[in-house]
Design a protein around this ligand. Structure first.
Ligand SMILES: Nc1ncnc2c1ncn2[C@@H]1O[C@H](COP(=O)(O)OP(=O)(O)OP(=O)(O)O)[C@@H](O)[C@H]1O
Length: 322
């Protein structure tokens, strides 16, 4: 668990982070979003002490980070940045193995871990373990960056706009991979982005920053339906508000559980905007839904997608759809 207690950071007379308090729970995916210069990266870098806080306290599992050596702290956390930062003269394998090697893992264990991570991130180990960064595409380099950050099985992963330089397709596939990995490993993630769609897609909770302050911390659904200020509303945007609203719920959330229907089914975790797209593509108003074991989990109706939910009481104003 990561805890910020009234944490501040000044650069000269400029207050970049202003008495910020928040808690990221074990296993949570927390996204920090906000305008340029609002203090997101500074907050992230204070967690691994790349930037020292100058007021307040930051605790990891109850322990004040100033009592830990910065190198020790950093080895316990993965850190991924936009520009990747792979060592150009090292192979993919050696890049990924950086922290395990520093920790003195035996060679066979490192080799197995590299293989496992490359497979997890959809890079064929036979082809890529001996490759050099310049032989990889931007998306592949970013995958290696994520693998390197995960190598020593950190409980915390810090990510600073890791996918923002990638094309939309590579970006979407890395988002899905990251989502699957963190569900499988229980890793706590703190993720900085400018992109509200990315935030809505990945986050358990979104913290919105403005001028060094945290102005709202809430679930994606709350951010969409109950934005705390005009800035949050602007970040969400008015365009395609309805589709964004559908994207934060799943087929399982709205399926009529008692009903059954034959045909090709949607997994329960399918976001509702995809379910809508599927209905349009198949020309149907009803789709069967199945759970993770392929067992029937109900039927989703088109009318259930259009129906507004209690949480949307403020949604009309929130989305500014008038
Ligand atoms: N080393 C530094 N020296 C002086 N000012 C700094 C330093 N690092 C950050 N700042 C200032 O602190 C403020 C917050 O910066 P930060 O990088 O945290 O913002 P951000 O929200 O991550 O921005 P962006 O989205 O543009 O990356 C900015 O005004 C920035 O100019």
């Amino acid at each position: 668990m990561i805890q910020f207690e009234r944490v501040s950071k000044r650069f000269g007379s400029w207050t970049a982070v202003d008495t910020v308090s928040f808690t990221v729970d074990e296993g949570e995916f927390r996204v920090l979003i906000g305008p340029s210069g609002s203090g997101k990266s500074t907050v992230l870098r204070m967690i691994n002490r790349l930037i020292p806080a100058d007021g307040g306290a930051i605790r990891i599992d109850g322990e004040d980070i100033v009592s830990l050596k910065p190198e020790e702290l950093r080895r316990r956390m993965g850190y991924v940045i936009q520009s990747v930062g792979l060592f150009p003269h090292w192979t993919v394998e050696r890049n990924i193995a950086t922290v395990p090697a520093l920790l003195g893992w035996p060679k066979p264990r490192i080799r197995d871990r590299v293989t496992e991570l490359l497979e997890m991130l959809n890079l064929d180990p036979r082809r890529y373990r001996g490759a050099y960064p310049h032989q990889l595409s931007g998306g592949q380099q970013q995958r290696v960056g994520v693998a390197r950050a995960l190598a020593a099985e950190p409980r915390i992963l810090l990510m600073d706009e890791p996918f923002s330089a990638l094309d939309p397709i590579t970006r979407a596939s890395l988002q899905s991979e990251l989502s699957a990995i963190r569900h499988r490993t229980g890793t706590t993630v703190v993720f900085v982005t400018h992109d509200m769609d990315e935030a809505l897609r990945l986050a358990d909770r979104i913290a919105v920053m403005d001028h060094g302050r945290m102005i709202q911390c809430a679930t994606p659904l709350e951010i969409l339906t109950r934005p705390a200020s005009p800035l949050v509303r602007d970040l969400v945007g008015r365009e395609e508000w309805g589709l964004k609203r559908l994207a934060v719920e799943t087929a399982g959330d709205r399926a009529r559980r008692q009903e059954r229907l034959g045909g090709i089914a949607l997994p329960v975790e399918t976001p509702l905007h995809r379910a809508l797209s599927e209905m349009v593509a198949r020309g149907t108003e009803r789709l069967p839904v199945v759970d993770g074991d392929g067992r029937p989990a109900g039927v989703l109706h088109l009318s259930d997608l259009v129906r507004s939910m209690p949480d949307d009481a403020a949604g009309g104003q929130a989305g500014g759809r008038a």
